[in-house]
Design a protein around this ligand. Structure first.
Ligand code: ZN
Length: 299
């Protein structure tokens, strides 16, 4: 199934549900960054989480950034997800591989580490972005983001994210977010229902592997609670806004002396985008023009 995001409500608007499939975009990230299996799972889970979190925002252009920094060998990761369905991200040490954990799953918790923090920024495109930090719970990402939603945003939430990787690449990836809306949050039974239903699931990717679509997954979880699946399907994809123009404007900040140095010593410059691993080569002539530009601006 194509990568997509679908929203639903239940319990007369008391429950908000979002499901996302990110198999293709996680495979794209794996290839771009040459990610190991455990790094693919970590970044895939975080990208699904970012898309699920940003889906509740209303203003066009809204974005969510999730930075996870633990004491494990992966070093940490950063994800940038937009309400327009674009997402990008990277991990610090993409080639780290670990043995499977005692449940036979990719050891994302071990790779991230249990000591550290999750830092989330919600940005609507103007004014100060809303940001908040919580400590890691397990490094498994799903639990950590749930902890963030419950403690920092005070929204009772159940989040499930998963990535299945085999020797050829990503087989399935995606996630599910169920939240009790503020007006219904005092209804403890709703919170309990959601928690018990999600805890019975053995993960998100087994649902996809069994051939379920997102509407079928919603139906199974919330079908008896007055489920209303919204008709709009949002496409999601890996996308980065970097360009050689952006690299040039970043170089500009280094100042004249530094740029002159690059022209004389290296006869050019090379820049790699952290988010998508794209390499940009700038020739001597590009840098000479950049110098001219800086000089004209000064006059
Ligand atoms: Zn890029």
């Amino acid at each position: 199934m194509a990568d997509q995001l679908i929203r639903a409500t239940a319990a007369e608007g008391g429950i908000r549900a979002v499901g996302v499939i990110t198999s293709r975009l996680t495979e794209e990230a794996r290839r771009k960054h040459k990610l190991s299996s455990v790094a693919t799972a970590a970044l895939g889970r975080a990208m699904s989480s970012g898309l699920l979190l940003v889906s509740s925002m209303k203003k066009e252009g809204s974005r969510v950034n999730i930075r996870i920094k633990g004491n494990g060998a992966l070093g940490g990761l950063l994800v940038d997800a937009g309400l327009d369905g674009t997402v990008r991200g990277y991990v610090e040490n993409p080639s780290i591989e670990l043995p499977l954990n005692d449940q036979g799953k990719l050891d994302v918790g071990g790779a991230i580490g249990k000591d550290g923090y999750v830092y989330v920024v919600r940005d609507v495109g103007y004014g100060y972005p809303y940001s908040s930090t919580v400590e890691l719970v397990s490094g498994e990402i799903g639990e950590d983001i749930t902890h963030y939603l419950v403690n920092s945003e005070q929204t009772p939430s159940a989040l499930l994210v998963g990535v299945l990787v085999d020797h050829q690449g990503v087989v399935a990836s995606g996630g599910l977010l169920l939240q009790v809306m503020p007006k219904a949050a005092r209804d403890e039974s709703l919170v309990e229902i959601l928690e018990s239903r999600v805890s019975k699931l053995s993960g998100f990717t087994p649902l996809l592997q069994a051939g379920n679509t997102l509407p079928q997954i919603f139906e199974e979880l919330l079908g008896d609670l007055g489920l209303n699946i919204l008709p709009e399907i949002s496409m999601v994809r890996f996308s980065c806004k970097c360009s050689s123009e952006r690299l040039l404007s970043a170089l500009k900040l280094l100042g004249e002396a530094e740029i002159k140095d690059m022209i004389e010593k290296d006869e050019g410059a090379e820049g790699t985008c952290h988010f998508c691993n794209e390499v940009y080569q700038l020739g001597k002539q590009d840098l000479i023009e950049l110098l001219e530009e800086i000089k004209t601006e000064k006059v």
